[in-house]
Write a protein that binds this ligand. Sequence first.
Ligand SMILES: [Zn+2]
Length: 341
Amino acid sequence: MKKTIGFVLFLPILFVLALSIVIVAAVSGGDNITTELEDTGENLFSGEYRFNAINKEVERYRPYFERYAKENGIEDYVEILMGMTMQESGGRLADVMQSSESLGLPVNTLGPEASIKQGVKYFSQVLDAADGDVELALQAYNMGNGFIDYAKKHNNGKYSKELAQQFSTHMKNRLGWRVYGDPNYVDNVMRYLEPVGGTDFAGGSGKWALPLKNIRVTSGFGPRTHPITGQKGKFHGGLDFACTPADDILSVADGKVVEAIHSNVGYGNYVTVQHGSNEFSRYAHLSRIGVTKGDNVSQGDSLGKCGTTGSSTGNHLHLEHLTKLGQRHQDKIDPKKTLGL
Ligand SMILES: [Zn+2]
């Protein structure tokens, strides 16, 4: 298939580009993937990485993604297409989806709209060939349709990272290339996806006051599932809010600070305030703690600043409602209820 051959030819360029993006990300200390330790119940698909994930350069093309996704009958995949574009170019090249060669044209010869038009069409084709399996389709977008045939032959048509690695090695040996595609492409794109349940709230009506001036919930309380595969994750023992390091973290009610802990793992820097004999609020991943153990605080007092310390991949507040210290995540209370959101 001509399209596939053309696509295969520009894979080294794609790889170098992907690599350079990864290096830039690593140097800037940005998108480190969460490692789970004594943790908050966050995981890779928790949405912690979402805030600021789709940059302005890609966001400005949203109308094109919507238009061409609709044209190809894949309007539910706009976020995924934009995540792919973050991975392909970060919106910083004219050929934003790096799709010119899938049309048999030289590299980077398409402008943004034409690149998106072709990239979306090509993705809809691999999605079709992958029978709607998004992970398989994503990896095929990166490595060519041959990956789908390979998956059907060797893994019951299912994607796995190991399979992508095997296929990459297989193609490298066959073509005598040093690199073939990006076996981490699926994870790399998934980092940019909007979590399930990202919602804006004007204000709460519950017993607790809001812990931030501006509220945007990015991840809910409860068992987590992968937004696409439905794979079960860890139980998330709190509620996550988007915030920036300029934002004060506010005590949800009057009380006494019972924990003000500096840490690089798990919750990172966190504060726990006791409001009653069986009522505690906990605030995790702070950049700076502004109180000490034993302090009395009033509702709305600043406890510190928003941050991304500990097991976190982006600035956010992880808020918990505990009925006792040392409680298991599944026994905690959904802060949404206490906040009246
Ligand atoms: Zn959280």
